[in-house]
Design a protein around this ligand. Structure first.
Ligand SMILES: [Zn+2]
Length: 58
């Protein structure tokens, strides 16, 4: 695991599309599904659960 980021509350997920959806990680941290578009960026943070989605460049 990458331990250089001490913010343990932030989940990261590598994705292959700039358009993703997030519904949290379930339980008390879950939230209604939202659709996010990175636009010109290569990453986006979910406004509900702060999960960070990072675009995978092949
Ligand atoms: Zn989320």
């Amino acid at each position: 695991m990458d331990t250089q980021n001490k913010d343990l509350d932030v989940e990261k997920e590598t994705v292959q599309s700039k358009k993703i959806n997030c519904a949290g990680i379930g339980g008390s941290l879950g939230h209604p599904k939202v659709y996010l578009d990175m636009g010109d960026l290569n990453e986006i943070r979910c406004p509900y659960c702060s999960k960070l989605f990072i675009l995978e460049n092949s």
